[in-house]
Ligand binder design. Structure first.
Ligand code: HEC
Length: 443
């Protein structure tokens, strides 16, 4: 699936900024939607099973109601799920082109599995509705009974597959995005399995599940009791049941989260250092404490306004998570982005040259100014290493330096590969002589 990285074009610095902006925006649609969907599917399956086993009509009801708000129709799966996931794949393909990160393959697989998962989810939803309608048919005959049995079977299988596929696709999503934010791992991690079991990824999976349950619980409370004045004509025993189950779930899931946010900050090698990353994590924990306050308030005395507040605040937790993720990503790909922007500029320059606007470069110092100084300085590291750090080893072997300049090889894993500058041998000669003399004077 690496072809995506190959068809991606270099982009200017401005385009990269736009890409990050789009990514942030898409995350804010995608993550809450998928979390709610995942949480609702798991809980719906659980309560459906529990209800049938213990002949608990409320649980069966809850199993249907909990999915109703997130899946009003089928197209929402496509618009809020599949399309954003694909957009994220393309953005990553652009940002990571030319790197060895395996994120883009993981995300591409993830998107395909996700799309399959949404098909199962909508088939589960349809079977759930059908079986609940047939449950209430007053005149039962054999035909009705057959259709009902069939619907129940479809419900079981597609429900299970929906949860499984979404879980796998989100694991790939989290693994892919975590991996992208950590360039030190790009060369090191050899396989998907290895990556899926790194501490970082496991922490984020647990975080995703906890957030899913919180969002589903708070969302269901909000849509049942507050949105458009709340649902009328609910049996009061059922509403008590609903509040009881969902508030307990929300409380437990929220209380566990600050631990995992803290762990994710500690285990993230780049992000831990960045102010935005740290601030967003702090903001997330703060929000969770305010939400607990509202949940606790609802437990003591239920108030629909609290359910609305809690629901909207949890959306902001997602916002802070997205900011955290994207700031880590832009730090990780900063060097890469500079390189892409440089290639973009060079591409333009070559275009100008083809049109007859030529830059005649002769001396070493002019070549340095035109072709090397974008990435190199003598005394300190830029996109490439400082000359004073890498040139001493060529003192005894000038030919090796020439061959590197004419055809750069991958040297140091801490740097991206140097692009070929397309110099003629005579030009390489004069730039080599120039830098070998000058680096000794570097501070
Ligand atoms: C687009 C940025 C870029 C440009 C332009 C560039 N370099 Fe590099 N250069 C790099 C990077 C990145 C590395 C580190 C490569 C590695 O370690 O694999 C590097 C490494 C080097 C090294 C060290 C190789 C070693 O032994 O580790 C030399 C010497 C060098 N460049 C010379 C030049 C010269 C001369 C030019 C101009 C003709 C030039 N570079 C232009 C990015 C660039």
């Amino acid at each position: 699936m690496d072809f995506l990285k190959q068809i991606a074009l270099p982009q200017s610095a401005g385009e990269i900024t736009v890409l990050h902006f789009v990514l942030n925006f898409v995350y804010i649609i995608f993550l809450p939607f998928v979390s709610y969907l995942f949480g609702a599917l798991v809980l719906s399956l659980y309560y459906g099973r529990f209800g049938r086993k213990h002949s608990d009509a409320y649980a069966v009801n809850l199993s249907k109601d909990i999915l109703e708000h997130i899946l009003p129709n089928k197209s929402i799966l496509f618009l809020f799920g599949v399309v954003p996931y694909m957009a994220i794949v393309f953005a990553y393909a652009q940002l990571l082109q030319g790197t060895t990160a395996m994120s883009v393959s993981l995300l591409t697989w993830g998107a395909c599995i996700f799309a399959a998962g949404t098909v199962f989810a909508s088939s589960y939803h349809a079977a759930l509705k059908l079986s609940s309608v047939l449950e209430n048919v007053s005149q039962k005959n054999e035909e009705v009974e057959n259709v009902r049995t069939e619907a129940v079977e479809t419900k079981h299988t597609s429900g299970k597959y929906a949860v499984l596929f979404l879980a796998v696709s989100m694991a790939l999503f989290l693994a892919g995005t975590t991996h992208a934010a950590d360039p030190a791992q790009w060369e090191v991690v050899g396989s998907v399995i290895e990556l899926l079991f790194t501490l970082d990824v496991v922490i984020r999976l647990v975080q995703f599940v906890l957030l899913s349950f919180t969002l589903t619980a708070l969302g269901t409370l909000y849509f049942t009791f507050s949105w458009q004045g709340g649902i009328k004509n609910l049996k009061s025993e059922y509403t008590e049941y609903l509040k009881n189950k969902l508030l307990t779930l929300a409380l437990v899931a929220i209380l566990l989260q600050p631990i995992f946010i803290a762990l994710s900050v500690l285990s993230n090698p780049n992000g831990g250092l960045s102010g935005i990353f740290f601030g967003a994590a702090f903001f997330g924990i703060l929000l969770l404490f305010i939400i607990i306050h509202f949940v606790y308030g609802m437990i003591k005395e239920f108030n629909p306004v609290y359910s609305a507040n809690a629901f909207f605040l949890i959306i902001f937790v997602f916002l802070s998570n997205s900011i955290q993720d994207n700031s880590a990503l832009s730090r990780a790909t900063q060097q890469q982005s500079m390189m892409l922007a440089y290639q973009y500029d060079k591409y333009h320059e070559e275009l100008l040259a083809k049109m007859g606007i030529n830059l005649k470069v002769v001396t070493g110092s002019e070549i340095f100014g035109a072709k090397c100084s974008a990435c190199h300085e003598f005394g300190k590291k830029k996109i490439g290493p400082a000359y004073k750090d890498v040139l001493p080893k060529y003192e005894s072997d000038r030919a090796k330096l020439l061959s590197f300049i004419l055809s750069p090889q991958k040297m140091n894993p801490a740097f991206p590969a140097m692009p070929n500058q397309g110099l003629k041998p005579a030009e390489a000669d004069s730039i080599a002589a120039y830098i070998m003399t000058m680096y000794k004077q570097a501070p």
